[in-house]
Design a protein around this ligand. Sequence first.
Ligand SMILES: [Mg+2]
Length: 262
Amino acid sequence: MTQAADTHARYPTLTSGQYAFFFDVDGTLAAIQSRPEAVFIPEQVIAQLQQLSALSGGALALVSGRPIEQLDALAAPWHGPAAGVHGAERRDAEGNLQRISLPTEVEQPLRAELQEAMASWPGTQLEIKGMAFALHYRQAMQHEQDVMRLAEQSVKRFPGLALQPGKCVVEIKPAGIDKGAAIGDFMQQSPFAGRTPVFIGDDLTDEKGFLAVNERQGVSIKVGEGSSQADYRLSDVDAVYGWLERTLLLLEQDNVGKEFRL
Ligand SMILES: [Mg+2]
């Protein structure tokens, strides 16, 4: 880890306590790839997430812009609480799935318009998520302005929609849906309730999550550079892996200590 990336940040060391863990996926648990379908979480990291979940009474959730179906494929064999599409889909610890969808009279014409416009800009990619659309332009930076303008116009024309800009992507999703609300919903339910929330993310979409965690006196951790509401910082995905390993050791020791005292 270079010092330069962490000049105004602190390395998060958890003290002994009861935590609820929330992880963003892309750019946090998995390195960004030029194609979203090439992204993977290393096997060892998945095993560590499972251990961390077991040490936390199952209070560990993935919170991502991807649909839950993709999260399950990325994190298999782990299959636990998750918020997909920024919280438009949420699966709780009991396995109950809730989904917020766009009305058909909005979804269908919007989809047709987006498909037509995006097809005219080579290299851009329209991802249809059911209750949201992601307009990718990583391979076509020359169309960034076109894509942003299209997204802004769509949100103005159809009520109940909101924009969610990210890295080389802008998403159109139902208004009121964000990672902060998703974390807030988890924190009202077992096994999350009563624990101290910890959230790690790398992108603009994670800022609402950081605020939700800060409001609950939790631990908010930003991955990478750029201004953020998060209290702590890790420089990159590898630093997240290192932190995960150290946190596991610490919580394991804490557990052994508790058993010893019994
Ligand atoms: Mg991310």
